[in-house]
Each structure stands twice: as structure tokens, then as C-alpha cells.
Design a binder for this molecule. Sequence first.
Ligand SMILES: *Cc1c(COP(=O)(O)O)cnc(C)c1O
Length: 405
Amino acid sequence: MTEATMSKTKQYLDEAERYSAHNYKPLPVVLDRAEGAWVWDVDGRKYLDMLAAYSAVNQGHRHPAIVAAAEEQMAKLTLTSRAFHNDQMGPFLRELCEVTGFEQALPMNTGAEAVETAIKMVRKWGYQKKGVAAGRAEIICCEGNFHGRTTTIVGFSSDEQYRDGFGPFTPGFKLVPYGDIDAFEAAITPNTVGFLVEPVQGEGGVVIPPSGYLAAARALCDEHRIALMADEIQTGLGRTGRMFCCDWEGVRPDVLIVGKALGGGVYPVSAAIADREYMDVFRPGDHGSTFGGNPLGAAVGRASLRVIVEERLAERSDELGSWFMQQLAEIDSPHVTEVRGKGLMIGVVVREESGGARPFCEALQERGILAKETHHTVIRFAPPLVIERETLEQALVSIREVLTA
Ligand SMILES: *Cc1c(COP(=O)(O)O)cnc(C)c1O
């Protein structure tokens, strides 16, 4: 690297430092180009993207079919608002319902908005259909959860930093330990309307619940007439080796929440998906979004879904993920305490005494691999699902070096 190019990265970092709110602590790399599983920085260095924008880029960066769909749609119609219909939203929601096996879908943009949509839906369902007294509905959530950053959502986070300084918070949420079915059962009251759960906790550190947990939660929800709300924003759309992570236990939630890869890394697209029993509670004016269901997002969503199905990305994630996780587990490292994951959603847990995950991510960056720590001690490996096995093999050489140093 010459001095001139080095200063290019530094210039962008300085600018962001000065003008951006400091609500993130990104790795010091400035990207300006990407393709498939690869990204390039402003100094021309090439990196393997092992984060895939927190699984929003499952289909790979700039997938040609998704970019083409976006370009085609941009040349025709991009935004109508929901005050008018457009010719993309209906087909998009039909295809989304066909892929997920539900009756209806409500389109939003970001994941947090889809979670908020699910919360509103289930609360109103609880009042209208379950007969809970006004203002009493309770939703049970899990410790270690991540469902987004709105004031309502951070109010039921168990991470103090997410809440600190942002109260007062929305009442009506209860926390139970993740993976503990007895704790869930004990928390149920006649006012419980929903159980909001991630099938694998992503931001919580790639935490896998005991096998049978979701199926047992499904049974309790049936018994007590509680809506099972699966937040598959990160785990869904192929990431864990099934189309949806709930599929691993044959569980069908009552409300399925999707986002991230639904926009194919091109555009924010999310949705809350459910049968009419739940969706019926919404009347005109109850809920909405200026951009939700817009024709550009809908066209991108259609292409994003088609790529996942046609390229069998869930199967690919299953095969590559099992093999890659095995390879990681075989690394004899003094720093690693556990390797866990499902499909290509993998966490390598390192010791606190080894300095946590951050120094390892920085060392990987120096070797051309971008991975991001989660929860201080977990290195997350979640590359685009289109990644080649040979690419993962190459990456393993560097990962071994870094973990055994
Ligand atoms: C990323 C994420 C969200 C929030 O999505 P945004 O698009 O950032 O609002 C919610 N739930 C889970 C499980 C996520 O991983």
C-alpha cells in the first residue's frame, strides 16, 4: 500500500468520525465495491465478507437477478404509497405467502418495523379474539434477545446498554431465560398473548436453544392459546440450512417475522406474515408505512425470494455450514471454548482472557477476512450463502493462523 492510498481510507474514517453519530464501532475498513462473497475497499484491497450485512446479503452482493429486477422496476415505478395500489405488491405478497405457507403478509421496510407490526397484531388479536381485558396484554420475550432498536423493542432487551438512557419503556413485556421451557411455562398468565422468540439468537452471540425447545414452545402456545411469534429476520431465508430455522423442528409459528435477506442486500424489505385469524385484526388506518409494499421493494423482494428458492441456498447453507463448522471445531486453539451454529450461521466463542473476539476480527481483517464480533467473545462467521467451498477452504487457512497464534 502506498502512502497516498493509505490516506484514502484514513480520509473516509476521519470524515465519518467527525460527521457521523458514534452509534457504531465498525472495523476500520472503507468499502466501495462488492460482488458475490467479496468486497473491496477504497484502497483496492479485497476481502471475504463473512458477515454478509448480518445476513441481509444471503444471496451475495449485487446478485445479477436482484439488481436486474431493481433496475427494471426503477425504470417503471418506484413509489406510490399505500394510498394507491401498485402491480408489484400483490404478486410479492402472494409469492411470500406461497414460500412461507401462510395466508397473508403485511409488508414493511426494516426488521424492527416488522417486529413492531407483529407486536401490534398479536396484542390486538389478544383483545379481540382471546378476550384479554383492555390494556392487559402481555408478551413473553427471552433474555439475550435482539429484535431491533425502537423504543418499544429496546424496552424488553436484557442488554443494559440498549436500554440505558432511553426510558421510560412500553409496559406489557416479560423476560424469561432463553432455551428454558419451564421458565416460559411459569411466566404464562391468562393475559399472555404472545411469545416472541428467535429460533437462534443472532446478536445474542449465535445462541442455539436445546433441541426440542421450539416444538415445546409450540405445544405450550397451543395449550394456552398464545401466538408463537418467530423472529426469523436473521435466521430465516436459508441462513441456518433450512428455509426457516423453525423448519428444523417442524414448527409453524403463528406470526413469522422476516426482513434482512428479503431485500437481497439491495433494498430494505421486511414483513410480518400470519393467517387471517391474526391479520384480520388490522382495519384501514390501524397500521402502515409510507414505503412498506412499495413497487421497488416488492420487485426486489420477489427476486430475492426467487434466488433463494431457485439456487437452493438453504440446502447449500446446510451442506457448507456442517462441513465448515466441523473444520472450525477441529482447530486446536488455546483461545476457543466453543464452536456452535446451524447452517452458515456460526459462532466461535473465545476466552475473555484472550481479549475477547475483537482482536481476532482485527487480525482476520489484516488477512483479508471481514468478520464481526458479537457479544464481546463470539466471532461470527455468516458469509453470503452463495460462497464457494474453495473460498471457505482458503479462509480456513487464515482463520487457523489467527486462532492458533
Ligand atoms: C437485525 C435484526 C432485527 C432488526 O432488523 P433491522 O432491519 O435492523 O431493524 C430484528 N430481529 C433480529 C433477529 C435481527 O437479527
